[in-house]
Write a protein that binds this ligand. Structure first.
Ligand SMILES: [Zn+2]
Length: 147
């Protein structure tokens, strides 16, 4: 008799736990969806037209130069065609890439894209290698002096 009672209570506890778990999971899923929708809405509101994205001046890197870059005067970023300095390929620096560079990476407000993706990676690798060789040279020199 007592055994059956205990079993019933155990079943009830399990049911409550399962219900609590499923409600937490679905609430969490709801949160994720709401957040995604919010982000989409934010992106939509920042986009003023195709290839054009609003500038958030307060997110820019501080600079003490007079005047303001073109995108600040305009209030938005525009897709910008440029020629790669490395290979001469025709490229487009998109409005969203510009927003990321100036507002997230905090790039200098008067710097612009110079290289295509492939050339940029090649240039970075070249610089890293040059730095390594330089530091090795310095270390060798120091070792000679200290001997
Ligand atoms: Zn290139």
């Amino acid at each position: 008799m007592a055994g059956a009672h205990a079993w019933r209570i155990k079943r009830q506890v399990q049911a409550v736990a399962a219900a609590a778990l499923s409600s937490t999971v679905s609430r969490r899923e709801c949160d994720v969806v709401t957040r995604q929708k919010g982000r989409q809405r934010k992106r939509q509101s920042e986009r003023t037209a195709a290839g054009v994205v609003r500038v958030n001046v307060s997110a820019l890197a501080p600079n003490n130069s007079y005047g303001a870059p073109r995108f600040v005067r305009l209030g938005y970023y525009e897709d910008e065609p440029f020629t790669c300095t490395g290979c001469g390929a025709a490229q487009v620096w998109t409005a969203w890439q510009q927003k990321w560079w100036y507002e997230v990476a905090k790039g200098y407000v008067y710097s612009t894209a110079k290289y295509c993706r492939a050339c940029r990676h090649r240039e970075q690798a070249r610089r890293t290698e040059a730095k390594r060789v330089h530091l090795e040279g310095v270390a060798r020199k120091r070792a000679r002096v200290n001997r």
